[in-house]
Design a protein around this ligand. Sequence first.
Ligand SMILES: [Zn+2]
Length: 208
Amino acid sequence: MTETQTEVWTPRTHLGRMVMEGKITSLEEIFNQGYKIQEYKIIDSIIPNMQQEVLNISLVQKQTDAGEKSRFKSLVIVGNYDGYIGLGTGKAQQVRIAIQKGIIDAKLNVTPVRRGCGSWECGCGENHSIPFKVQGKCGSVTIELRPSPRGLGVVAGDVAKTIIKFTGIKDCWTKSFGSTRTIPSFAFATYNALKNTYRIVTPKDWVG
Ligand SMILES: [Zn+2]
């Protein structure tokens, strides 16, 4: 539990009030109705067991009148291992605060991820992989995710592997191009690819 999670929540948005009153109880409803999540407590309320991991901490320098000022920047993944992930960043002078801000930002960026078995070698029809090939980009990095047979595992660089596992996907091939050593770009390219599992289907396919 972070400190922010123990505070009493007073919703600021219409969506927040509906979640608090129990009129909306799932992320499916939120995304189906096209709401934008502006309060991270909505995620805490609907997915109380959301897991998180810090992917990167970097030091960022800024020139001010008083000289150089350095702050930490976190890169954080959240997910429920069941079709929802978020990726976010946070900056602060203290690492701990930078991480907390990163967690909040990641929760505000939660997206559904479509799983399935699009592997012709497997064809089991279960949710262990992805249903079709997707691509994602960020900066100079492009990553392609492809369905793979059961038992293969997630074949990817460390950062992409961690992100993919947070969705609950167990098997997947990846191919990446560009400077994948730039962790934030590699991470956001992977997140964008996973997000694209929903972008290229019709709304009637959304549920189920
Ligand atoms: Zn399969």
